[in-house]
Design a binder for this molecule. Structure first.
Ligand code: HEM
Length: 449
């Protein structure tokens, strides 16, 4: 064993630790600590001690090499209130079994049918944006991206018959998401059983969404022939080892998880993308050139995906600068050692995606938008785990191919018709909550290409 090294501590208040600085600007504060203290340090937040890690090799250790020793950290407890025991929040053998059952539904070839729906939803969004363009209004692009990604994930789960439920779904997910954020921001909270307004609203939203999902499951069970969507694939999946299928409760938890995990991140990624395009006209022109060559005005489909190479590079670079999942949280089960640093059992950790993606040791001009980093030629020089917007190891995002295809299709559809122009001049602030959102949204005008 190597000699033990001391993990440096970020200086903070004797009682509150770094609570104030973290609440004010968590990304700025932690990035500064990284440059002063190095790639592993700890911060105190009142009674909690959190180790922050920003070195790709250490991240690989936690997510991959010794992943069995690390479980999800406390922020997932909050998500559990809503998502139950779905893929994102479950652990151990239960998670392994669920992942085995769900994995085939996300294989690339299974996604062909879903890409058709992605194109339909993107086209419907284009019609809406055409109206906005005609009226000359300014919109918050995050709302529109949220709508199109929610539409896509709902259709992917339940096929086409979701339109009349969309309003309930949208409202319930927003309430639940805001509730989870508020509980993470204010760790001292009303217990869930207290009849205060926030708790009541949350319970009502969860109940409404449960009703929608259970209705889908029930009516699906009555159908002789199942449509080709994620719900069918999850319902029909049989565990090879036990011969069991998912119970209704498991199906509910997985649907809820896919709903939430499957639209918010993608919607944010698209929103940051449009901001970057507005800020980088040269790259935007190259995007238009590629779309002209590959599609020439056509709606993109599954076969076009591998040909939209530059579009993909733009998306990858935009997720480097603005990773929607800006941190991955873990907690150690047993004592461990990372490069001579001792990790105690029960230690909470933040694997700080945002800082790794902008780390000067692994990226030249790290804050600069340079999509060519992801060209076929250059991508092999990127160090493993210096780029991990979808996490890594066995708990790698199950929807990563889904998300990449979705973003390529939505972008290729919309960018053939519109540009999004920002009129405000102040910098868009990053709000790092559960995901990294643009503070106050991004106000943009829709104009013709
Ligand atoms: C740009 C879009 C997306 C980003 C940035 C993203 C990011 C992530 C990350 C970082 C994780 C790992 C979390 C951890 O290890 O603690 C994760 C897990 C997960 N994601 Fe995504 N995701 C995206 C899109 C999607 C989509 C479209 C779906 C489903 C349709 C999805 C479903 C899931 C699920 C179910 C998990 C849990 C997997 C498991 O633990 O087995 N995600 N995602």
């Amino acid at each position: 064993m190597s000699t033990e090294k001391q993990i440096p501590l970020a200086k903070g208040h004797w009682l509150f630790g770094s609570l104030k600085e973290m609440n004010k600007d968590i990304l700025g504060f932690l990035t500064k600590q990284r440059s002063q203290l190095g790639d592993i340090f700890h911060v105190d937040v009142m009674i909690f001690k959190i180790i922050v890690i920003t070195k790709p090799d250490y991240i690989r250790h936690v997510l991959q090499e010794n992943n069995k020793n690390y479980v999800k950290s406390f922020s997932y407890e909050v998500l559990k209130l809503f998502l139950g025991n779905g893929l994102l929040t479950s652990e151990g053998d239960f998670w392994r079994k669920q992942r085995r059952l769900a994995q085939p539904a996300f294989h690339k070839e299974k996604l062909i049918e879903i890409t058709r729906q992605m194109s339909r939803s993107a086209e419907a969004m284009a019609v809406k944006l055409e109206e906005v363009k005609q009226k000359g209004n300014e919109i918050d692009i995050t709302e529109y991206m949220n709508e199109v990604t929610l539409d896509i994930v709902a259709a992917a789960l339940f096929s086409s018959n979701v339109d009349d439920k969309m309003e309930t779904i949208r409202h319930s997910l927003t309430v639940a998401n805001e509730f989870a954020i508020s509980r993470i921001q204010h760790p001292i909270n009303w217990p869930l059983w207290m009849p205060v307004k926030a708790n009541r609203d949350f319970r009502n939203a969860a109940r409404e969404l449960d009703k929608v999902i259970y209705n889908f499951i029930e009516s699906r069970r009555k159908l002789k022939q199942h449509p080709n969507d994620l719900l069918s694939m999850l319902m029909d999946a049989v565990d090879e080892e036990t011969g069991e299928r998912m119970s209704d409760l498991q199906l509910r938890d997985e649907c809820m998880t896919i709903f939430l995990a499957g639209h918010e991140t993608t919607s944010l990624s698209l929103s940051w993308f449009w901001l970057l395009m507005h800020q980088h006209p040269e790259e935007e022109q190259k995007l238009h050139d590629e779309l002209k060559t590959v599609l020439n005005g056509r709606t993109p489909g599954f076969a076009d995906i591998p040909r939209l190479k530059y579009t993909k590079q733009l998306i990858e670079e935009s997720m480097r600068l603005y990773p929607p999942a800006w941190t991955v949280g873990r907690k150690s089960l047993e004592a461990d050692e990372i490069d001579g640093y001792k990790i105690s059992p029960g230690q909470n950790m933040m694997l700080l995606t945002y800082a790794v993606h902008r780390h000067p040791d692994y990226w030249d001009e790290p804050d600069k938008f340079k999509p060519e980093r992801f060209s076929d030629e250059n991508v092999k020089n990127i160090k493993k785990f210096a780029y991990f917007p979808f996490g890594g190891g066995p708990r790698l995002c199950i929807g990563n191919s889904f998300a990449m295809m979705e973003m390529q299709i939505v972008i290729a559809t919309l960018a053939q018709r519109f540009k999004f122009c920002r009129t405000e001049t102040h910098e868009v602030e990053k709000d790092a909550l559960i995901t990294m959102r643009p503070k106050g949204g991004i106000k943009m005008k829709v104009v013709a290409v």
